[in-house]
Design a binder for this molecule. Structure first.
Ligand code: GLU
Length: 327
């Protein structure tokens, strides 16, 4: 990849406050772009309406600026770009790449041949070819709404790629996921489609994000191909987890950046802690984000999830002290 052309992005979802785990992934994304002399864009992914929290986007931007992040150009807000997604959605439905599906989650669960523990359910294509339009499907299943699914009927359902952190992957989407969901919205304004469209239109060359989204890469690549786009390169960073191995959440204590700030932490305390968690400093020591640019080296990032241990229910200040001493 030519350094000058590198374009990355930070894509927060305003579904909650920015916590130490999100900040860590964003730090890797930012350092990756800046260490390659590239650009980094800011995109607010606010299409997940029921889960959006009022003010969370503004708070995340403020928290990131406080930590020392900057980005190139203004912020792109997905909820203001529905027309763009509508156009992509119309193209995909016109050529049969996507179709409206009226099956409920319970219907899909019943159709599984083996119990599925995770979120990712196999969908055999029950509604493929069943409705001519979204409106026809919507009338059929009202008051529920349909969702758009991607048809994996065409050959080429296996996607192979080499993640720049996680390494080579090959996923037979047709066999493992089947016709996967693309959006729960008539205009296609949902995360899966919108992020593919935006990454293309914004010229993103590499996606750096948490490895919970590694499994989204193959389906998103198929969406991109159906639209005639090349999918960007990817770099998936292991997530931050609590001591129980679950992704960092409220039950692991208050790890919100705003809380550290309110408790008197300085940005360089938090950045230094995160830098050590990424193997960029031997141990936590106050450090400014921009000082890490020359130190950034993907090979130093631990390959395992980062375990947050400040879980003893103490105050944020204690948690930070704990973290910086005993990490
Ligand atoms: N908005 C997503 C999140 O906050 C990230 C999506 C992506 O990077 O593709 O989890």
């Amino acid at each position: 990849m030519s350094a000058a052309a590198y374009t990355g992005r930070l894509a927060p979802s305003p579904t909650g406050a920015l916590h130490i785990g999100n900040a860590r992934t964003f730090m890797v994304a930012w350092l990756r772009a800046r260490s390659l002399g590239g650009r980094i864009l800011m995109r607010i992914e606010d299409l997940d309406h029921p889960h959006n929290k009022p003010g969370a986007a503004e708070q995340a931007l403020e928290d990131l600026r406080w930590l020392g992040f900057d980005w190139d150009g203004g912020e792109t807000v997905q909820s203001s770009r529905r027309a763009v997604y509508r156009e992509a959605c119309a193209r995909l439905s016109a050529d049969g790449s996507i179709y409206p599906c009226v099956c409920s989650r319970a219907d899909v669960e019943r159709a599984q041949s083996a119990p599925h523990a995770g979120e990712q359910l196999y969908y055999p294509g029950t509604c493929r070819g069943r409705f001519r339009t979204w409106d026809e499907a919507a009338a059929f299943c009202a008051p529920r709404v349909p969702l758009w699914r991607f048809s994996t009927a065409a050959p080429g359902g296996t996607v192979s790629f080499t993640d720049n952190f996680a390494g080579p992957r090959s996923v037979d989407v047709a066999r493992t996921l089947g016709d996967f969901p693309v959006a729960r919205d008539r205009d296609g304004a949902g995360y899966m489609l919108a992020s593919v469209v935006d990454d293309h239109l914004q010229g993103v060359t590499e996606i750096v994000r948490g490895d919970d989204l590694l499994q989204a890469t193959a389906p998103q690549t198929m969406i991109a191909r159906a639209l005639g786009f090349a999918f960007p390169e990817t770099f998936h960073v292991p997530l931050a987890v609590g001591e129980n191995g679950m992704r960092l959440a409220k039950r692991h204590g208050d790890t919100r950046i705003a809380s550290f700030r309110a408790a008197g932490a300085r940005p360089e305390d938090v950045v230094g802690f995160l830098a050590a968690s990424c193997g960029l400093l031997p141990e936590p020591a106050p450090c400014r984000l921009c000082e890490l640019v020359p130190l950034f080296d993907p090979a130093r990032i631990p390959r395992k999830p980062f375990v947050w241990r400040g879980t003893d229910g103490t105050s944020v200040r204690d948690a930070l002290r704990y973290a910086t001493r005993y990490m």
